[in-house]
Design a protein around this ligand. Sequence first.
Ligand code: XBP
Ligand code: MG
Length: 259
Amino acid sequence: MKLQAVLWDVDGTIAETERDGHRIAFNLAFEAHGLPWQWSVERYGELLLVTGGRERLLHDMATRSDAPSMTGERDALARSLHVQKNELYAQIIQAQGIPFRPGVQNLMEECLARNVRMAITTTTSRSNVGALMRAHLGESWKSWFPVMVCGEDVAQKKPNPEVYVRALQLLKLNPLDTLALEDSPGGVAAACAAQIPVVVTRSVYFDNATVEGAIAIGPGLHQRTGWRPLAPEAPCTNHIGLDDLLTWRDRMEHTSQFE
Ligand code: XBP
Ligand code: MG
């Protein structure tokens, strides 16, 4: 059965945007608001369990004695910080750039060449997707992704499957005609709950995380070593391509990772 669409998670899967993009932008927004708060690399890793930047801010504020005590004030501060964070994130992307993970653009180009549609399935804000994609694919980037479901488009963010369910509706496809690429346990849970086969490329923040339900887990699309199950034999390429995704999808070996 042909693969009709590849569904791309963004943060962590397409690029390592969390540590060097969103985290830095949050810290700059704290500074700009005159707040003495700073999220270390380690603390941000803990906070990533909360998806959505505004939700992450509210979660962190609940642990701070110096955050506003009134709910309304807290909400207003989280909103204001989040708006500014996204502006700063776009500036960081423009000024210094965050590269696509190796092998990502290769697979995107292969999808285009072989008429496999692509969708963006992310819980980040639409503006953040635009900033990243424009920087790498140019002004016509939207034509690469006929379907895009972002944080604003859903009531419930990952690990809720809503992002994926919505993408399937817009693509008018059954889950088994598609395949998702993810990096986080929450993202995998969301795809699995929508019955979509999911392949995991490990990102810096979820390098050792326990991931349940993926059909394959590996270090990245740029290499054929280190995958479970093993990447199929392919003497002519170093990358993971559509044929590999198809082989894994057709075998549907559910891989669990416990170490
Ligand atoms: C990752 C997220 C997002 C980003 C921040 O999304 O959880 O919240 O960290 O983005 P995904 P916003 O891996 O699904 O792409 O501040 O725009 O929410
Ligand atoms: Mg991710």
